[in-house]
Design a protein around this ligand. Structure first.
Ligand code: ANZ
Length: 808
């Protein structure tokens, strides 16, 4: 039985909201407190929404609706991350401009999102591929350049031959491109980069002031990879020197060889001195074919070869040690060289085994019984545990911690070392040999220098092309010969033809929603001050180190330059879990949600049902399987609500008090559960309430109306419909949020006596239904001082009357 016609009702209210501009936010209305709820905006793919999208989007929708009812001025916008590869591939195969394809997809997405009844302010919709938007992406990038954070430098890059482009580290998974799974190799190239390391300390500090999942913060900390150690200079026998970075300076007397990164500059400078040039060159060539992951994998044999004839001098004792190259040493980290201590570093140990190099142990216990002949004795095992130095001249007998300090001091005083902090994350490569991205708004002059275009020239709009495919790994914009040649206002040169990566626009889009039509600045500063930061940001955990770190960098840069009012853009972050296939099996590696098409559910059961179902599946943050029976169950619950509350005879004007407790409990639980995004438990409580009204057979009007308000956050269409049937002719969206009376939430209580050996010592208020253990525990706590020093032999509870503690 249908009970209500979801097609008619949902259409009716969607039209009402549109006609009345119900959810249009007046951002200049500062009279109320603000609430900014943000969704990670989708990439408008050709296949439309999947079942995973409505999950997070419903969560922010519920929050924004509740906050609106609580008197906040709410901003809940939506837009599109619309630059990217699929549109480009479409352009390459069809020869059509990707803008048309993108526009069509945006329309499909918007239609689907409207069908789901979200309270988005569509007047603030943005798309990162819209020149009105990317004008400001270019403008911010120019600012980054002027401040010295965006640079054009020679970089070892992740090159994907198949895709014909450079990829960022987070776009490379297990040595393959994230999109397509093609092989990725290292290659030197002049690149646009953003100096992320300059923001490292601020990024680390900022994590302490935001309400994010601890696991996501930890992922960012690890990605940044702060490491504190010492940089030491080593002289080379016969002239020259190089420096190494170590976090274990205490092991310096244990050095038996040195290892350089094969692809680094130090080796280059030594090439004409090495006696085995051919062997060395062959190994360097091998290394260039590998990616960092293969090179640093702990399970791989530590390959390499000696630089014959090259010896380095250990500054602490003047000892000469041979120098090697090995690909486990990365050119891009520290100084691209290590002092090898095979007794205390497992990688060095394995390298020494392969190349027959000696071992000198320098850390041991007092008895001298630690054995390093089979395995290195590493810092995680010796640090902070009282181990001492040996074979280390004047430092013998010092603890590791003492030796660290003393050896550092000695080397610093000698002028050959300094304390140093390194970060594992590198420059953020900020250019792609792609068409469908923001052009970098600069020109290379004839003398090779770079000139950024005047602000009045922005946006630099993508030119139309005959052919959207780049040739021989060249950027497609190389095909735009006329566009490329620049000659204006005395500036002559060629334009940059690589474009920005997908993460450019998404690094700042959350600010643009606040003031999307501003043509004079990326957003009005007064508005930013009022609306930032985002109060709640919901999206997938897969963005932990990409988008969520990049956004923090752009925002921090703008903050440091007085252009963003906040240090951190997203105050509270929540990741929704994945929605899995019906049997709980991941269907397809990256998009298991494709299994279910949300539009089919909307057609068959209605958007309210889909929303309710997805919120009732389980805790928002966990992954959970789809279950078609439960979709039907969700619809049945809405039917039950509709049937009851639209029957005038069920709604009474007087209140016999029978529903008082369950009503107040429901308001309390729904309010606090919504606040903590515990939607499944809030819904469970709503079900308890509905069962209670059915049992009672009627419901006071006040309770009915307030219940419908809460339900309308999850099921906005039936919420509005029932609200209207209850006799209102305005939207429910701005009705005040119900309040509850704490004293009416509590269970019936009784006063009982608490006794020791049958003598009353105190009285205690408890719920009539409270379990025995709880009552006895409360009773004992109350008389704890009197039980002190006694031995309890028995605990008695006479339900609803007495607790008696028998002591000796
Ligand atoms: C000597 C030593 C002795 C080390 C010992 C460790 C244990 P994190 O924490 O990652 O900073 N290292 C330095 N530069 C490197 C590079 N470019 N490629 C590969 N490894 C490099 O680790 C720093 C340690 O990693 C440094 O400390 C160095 O090895 C190595 F018992 O120096 B150690």
């Amino acid at each position: 039985s249908e009970v209500y016609n979801h097609h008619a009702i949902e259409k009716k209210w969607q039209k009402y909201w549109e006609d009345h501009e119900t959810f249009k936010t007046d951002v200049w209305d500062f009279s109320k407190p603000k609430y900014y709820a943000l969704d990670m905006f989708p990439y408008p793919s050709g296949v439309g929404l999947h079942a995973g999208h409505p999950e997070g989007y419903t969560a922010t929708d519920i929050m924004s609706r509740m906050k609106r009812m609580q008197g906040y001025n709410v901003l809940h916008p939506m837009g599109y991350d619309s630059f990217g590869l699929p549109a480009e591939q479409y352009a390459v195969t069809t020869g059509n401009h990707p803008a048309g394809f993108t526009q069509k997809n945006i329309e499909t997405f918007s239609k689907q999102l409207r069908e789901l009844g979200f309270d988005y302010d569509w007047s603030k919709m943005i798309a990162t591929s819209d020149p009105k938007f990317y004008k400001w992406t270019q403008w911010i990038f120019k600012k980054l350049y002027e401040a010295g954070y965006a640079k054009h430098i020679d970089m070892p890059v992740n090159w994907c031959e198949e895709l014909g482009t450079v990829l960022s580290n987070d776009e490379v998974i297990d040595g393959k491109s994230e999109r397509g799974g093609y092989p990725v190799v290292k290659k030197m190239m002049k690149q646009w980069v953003i100096d992320q390391q300059a923001f490292a300390e601020e990024l680390l500090d900022g994590l302490n002031e935001i309400d994010w999942p601890e696991s996501t913060k930890e992922i960012q900390r690890n990605w940044i990879g702060k490491s504190t150690g010492v940089e030491v200079d080593f002289k080379i026998v016969g002239g020259g020197d190089f420096s190494i970075f170590t976090t274990c300076i205490e092991t310096i007397y244990g050095i038996t060889f040195m290892v350089l990164a094969p692809d680094g500059d130090i080796v280059k400078g030594l090439m004409d001195r090495v006696e085995n040039k051919e062997e060395v060159q062959a190994y360097i060539d091998e290394t260039l074919k590998k990616n960092d992951l293969d090179r640093t994998d702990l399970n791989k044999t530590k390959s390499g070869c000696p630089l014959k004839g090259i010896y380095a001098i250990n500054p602490v004792n003047g000892k000469e040690v041979p120098v090697f190259i090995g690909d486990f040493v990365l050119a891009s980290y520290g100084s691209g060289a290590v002092m090898a201590v095979p007794t205390h570093d497992q990688r060095d140990f394995e390298y020494a085994q392969v190349h027959n190099l000696p071992l000198i142990q320098v850390i041991n216990n007092a008895e001298g019984t630690v054995d390093v002949s089979e395995h290195a004795f590493e810092k995680q095992d010796y640090l902070g545990k009282g181990y001492i130095l040996e074979n280390s001249e004047e430092f013998n007998g010092l603890t590791v911690e003492e030796a660290k300090k003393a050896i550092t001091k000695k080397l610093v005083d000698m002028g050959v070392a300094r304390e140093k902090v390194n970060y594992h994350f590198r420059e953020w490569i900020f250019a792609r040999q792609r068409y469908w991205g923001e052009p970098v708004p600069c020109v290379y002059k004839e003398d090779g220098s770079i000139a950024f275009l005047d602000d009045s020239e922005l946006p630099v709009v993508l030119p139309e092309l005959e052919d959207y495919k780049g040739r021989n790994g060249q950027a497609p914009l190389e095909n735009a010969t006329e566009w490329k040649a620049y000659n204006k206002n005395g500036l002559k040169g060629t334009r940059e033809t690589s474009t920005m990566p997908g993460s450019a626009g998404s690094s700042w889009y959350y600010m643009r929603y606040i003031d999307p039509d501003n043509d004079n600045e990326f957003a009005n500063q007064e508005l930013l001050k009022h609306w930032m930061p985002v109060d709640l940001y919901v999206g997938g955990p897969e963005h932990a180190v990409g988008h969520l770190l990049y956004s923090r960098i752009w925002n921090r840069f703008l903050y440091n330059n007085g252009l963003s009012p906040v240090k951190e853009p997203f105050k509270k972050l929540v990741h929704q879990g994945m929605i899995l296939g019906e049997n709980g099996i991941k269907m397809g590696k990256r998009f298991p949600e494709f299994v279910v098409n949300p539009s089919d559910i909307v057609r068959d059961y209605g958007a309210d049902t889909l929303r309710l179902y997805e919120m009732f599946m389980g805790p928002l943050e966990v992954s959970k399987p789809w279950n078609s029976n439960n979709v039907v169950g969700a619809r049945k619950f809405i039917n039950r609500v509709y049937t009851f509350f639209t029957e005038p005879a069920n709604i009474t004007d007087d209140n016999n008090g029978n529903l008082e407790k369950v009503y107040h409990q429901t308001v309390k639980k729904v309010t606090s559960d919504f606040e903590s995004l515990g939607f499944n438990t809030a819904i469970a409580q709503m079900m308890i309430f509905v069962n209670a009204v059915y049992k009672e057979g009627s419901c006071p009007r006040e309770y009915a109306e307030n219940f419908i308000k809460m339900l309308s956050c999850i099921c906005p269409h039936v919420g509005e419909e029932i609200w209207q049937i209850l006799g209102h002719d305005n939207t429910i969206a701005f009705e005040p949020w119900p309040t509850y009376d704490e004293s009416k939430c509590v269970e019936d209580t009784v006063e009982i006596a608490v006794q020791i050996n049958g003598k009353v010592k105190a009285t205690l208020n408890i719920g009539k239904e409270d379990p025995k253990d709880e009552v006895i525990a409360k009773g004992k706590e109350l008389i704890a001082d009197k039980l002190d020093g006694k031995t309890i032999v028995k605990e008695i509870y006479v339900p609803g009357r007495i607790v008696n503690i028998v002591v000796k």
